[in-house]
Structure formats: structure tokens, C-alpha cells
Design a protein around this ligand. Structure first.
Ligand code: AKG
Ligand code: FE2
Length: 321
């Protein structure tokens, strides 16, 4: 009996021990699993950082930018940052208009002329306008002066195509803001280049642009080609670009690049930033391909030739908004 009790006692002890061993194993397995979960999470973080670094590297390969004139994160205010360049001979082939025709050439950037809030209002205006149609490819334009809007592979005239309905899309305040901003840009260009602002005129085309990474469907979508504005558009003497979105957060790629003899110098778009320059060969430039997101900007251009002047955009025939 005593022996049996001892055996029973030993049996009970054995099952206790087995249970403890099992519990121990389960605990070890649990902590091993928890440990490997941390390892997996760490690996995922490392992998994401590597992918992001590779992405940044690959997107930067496109541009071979040698110098960043103004980065997105910088705030250039109150005075514009000015880079003088020698004027090309272009201007000798055109009639000269004293007080306006470039004598001093260069490029400048300012964040102190248009606020980010104003840029946002103008961007919403562009979004509403482009929502009416838009290009099938990656680049759409909306020209409030002529009414031209990208539609599929072509353009429509919004004022003719949408008639009175256009007043539900754009208000008089929108156009007022555009005029006001245009005036301020004109003033800063005149001050920077030593011009008489009353002798420079808005010229066409002056347009909103929306660019994304969709593949081009027609030549109109190929915004990235190097060009000289005076050659491409004829009447331009001074080009200004007002950016309505931020490089790096709203889109990647899409930096503006001055293509100098041995250097590519970039201006990174920032909402509210105005970049302006004399429009001749001294300022050959291109826009990097947008690789992600949507980039909004306005091209506002000025001429010295009164014959090429255009009036500020206005809603046809309407005074109410
Ligand atoms: O949007 C830009 O940064 C430049 C556009 C441009 O080069 C042009 O409109 O001629
Ligand atoms: Fe241009």
C-alpha cells in the first residue's frame, strides 16, 4: 500500500513536472514568437527605408542637377533672390522698347509676393476648371484669357463650350485675385530688372498647368522638352511662374531646371513661390518629368511690345459672380 501510495505520489509528481515543462515550452515559444515579430517589424522598416532611398536615387538620376538655386523648404522673403546672367543676342533681332527690353538679364525667385493661402485659392480654381475636361495625357492647361482647356487629345474653348455655366465654376473674386496677383508679379519683375512697369504688358499664352505622371498621348503632353520661351512663344520678354503646389509632398520630379553650359540649376516648386526670368536664350530651361502626384502652376508672361498686349482674363459678358 505504502509502495502504491509512493508510486501514486511519484505519478502525480511526474504529471506536475510534465505540465511545468509544457508550460515552460509554451512560454518560451511565445516569447520566441514575440521576439521574431519584432525582428520582422525591424526588417520591414529597414526594407522600407532602402526602397525609399532607392526611389529618391532613381528619381534624381533623371535630372543630373548640379545646383539647387532654391529648395522647396527654403523661404525667400522679403526680397527676391536674384541671379544675374548675361543677356543673349536674341534681343538684338527684335525692336527695342526702352524701359522694358531686357538690358539686365537674369532669374529670380521670391516667396514674398503671393501667400500660400492665395496659391491655394488659385489651385482650387485650376482644379475646378480642369475637372471640366483635361488631357488624356499627363499635361493639361487652362488659359483663362483665350478659354482654351485641354480635353482628351485636343482643346475646347470653355467660354463657348460651357457658356453661362462657367459662372458656376469661376467667380468674379477668382478673376479679381488673378488680376491682383498678376499686378504684384509685374511690379516685382519691374523692380528687379529696373523696368518701368507701365511699359510691360501681359501677353499670351498665360495659363494654368496641371501635370501628373500619366504617359503622354500627344505632343501637347510633352512638357519636359528644353526650350527658350522667346523662341517658343514669340512675344515673351519676361516669363514668370507661380507655383501652386509643393515639390516633394504634392508631387515628385517636376523641378524647374535652367540648363546652363556646364550646369543644370534647379528651382524647386513651392506653393506661392514666384520664379521669373528674362525669356531669351540666356534662360534655356525644361521641367523634369513628374514621377508621382500632381503639380499645379501658372505661367504668367509679359511683353514689351504693346502690339502683343492682352487684357486681363475676365468672365465674358458678366459682371455678377
Ligand atoms: O511650369 C514650369 O515650371 C515651367 C513651364 C514653362 O517652361 C513654360 O510654361 O514655358
Ligand atoms: Fe518655358
Amino acid at each position: 500500500m505504502a509502495l502504491l501510495r509512493m508510486r501514486n505520489a511519484q505519478g502525480a509528481n511526474a504529471t506536475e513536472i510534465e505540465k511545468k515543462i509544457k508550460r515552460g515550452n509554451a512560454l518560451r515559444q511565445g516569447s520566441a514568437w514575440r521576439g521574431s515579430r519584432w525582428l520582422v517589424a525591424l526588417l520591414l522598416v529597414v526594407l522600407s527605408v532602402c526602397v525609399a532611398a532607392m526611389w529618391l536615387y532613381v528619381t534624381s538620376l533623371d535630372s543630373d542637377v548640379t545646383e539647387t538655386l532654391v529648395g522647396q523648404g527654403e523661404l525667400v522673403t522679403p526680397q527676391p533672390r536674384v541671379y544675374a546672367v548675361q543677356c543673349s543676342e536674341d534681343y538684338e533681332n527684335y525692336k527695342r522698347y526702352p524701359g522694358c527690353t531686357p538690358v539686365k538679364c537674369g532669374r529670380a525667385v521670391t516667396d514674398g509676393v503671393v501667400t500660400r493661402e492665395e496659391a491655394q485659392v488659385l489651385r482650387r480654381l485650376a482644379e475646378r476648371g480642369m475637372a471640366l475636361a483635361g488631357s488624356e495625357g499627363g499635361a493639361s492647361i487652362l488659359d483663362l484669357h483665350s478659354g482654351a482647356l485641354s480635353m482628351g487629345k485636343q482643346f475646347v474653348n470653355i467660354y463657348r463650350y460651357f457658356g453661362d455655366e462657367i459662372r458656376d465654376v469661376f467667380t468674379q473674386e477668382d478673376f479679381q485675385l488673378y488680376r491682383n496677383v498678376r499686378g504684384r508679379i509685374q511690379a516685382v519683375i519691374a523692380e528687379t530688372f529696373g523696368l518701368d512697369p507701365t511699359l510691360m504688358y501681359l501677353t499670351k499664352p498665360t495659363f494654368f498647368s496641371r501635370i501628373n505622371s500619366t504617359a503622354a498621348k500627344t505632343q501637347h503632353d510633352e512638357y519636359w522638352h528644353p526650350h527658350i520661351d522667346k523662341v517658343t512663344y514669340g512675344s515673351f520678354d519676361y516669363t514668370s511662374l507661380l507655383y501652386l503646389s509643393d515639390y516633394g509632398t504634392d508631387f515628385t520630379g517636376g523641378r524647374f531646371i535652367f540648363m546652363d553650359q556646364n550646369d543644370n540649376r534647379t528651382v524647386e516648386p513651392r506653393a506661392g513661390r514666384v520664379s521669373f526670368f528674362s525669356s531669351g536664350t540666356e534662360n534655356l530651361h525644361r521641367v523634369e518629368k513628374v514621377t508621382w502626384g500632381t503639380r499645379y502652376a501658372i505661367t504668367v508672361s509679359f511683353t514689351c511690345d504693346p502690339a502683343h498686349a492682352i487684357a486681363d482674363p475676365a468672365i465674358p459678358g458678366g459682371t455678377h459672380g
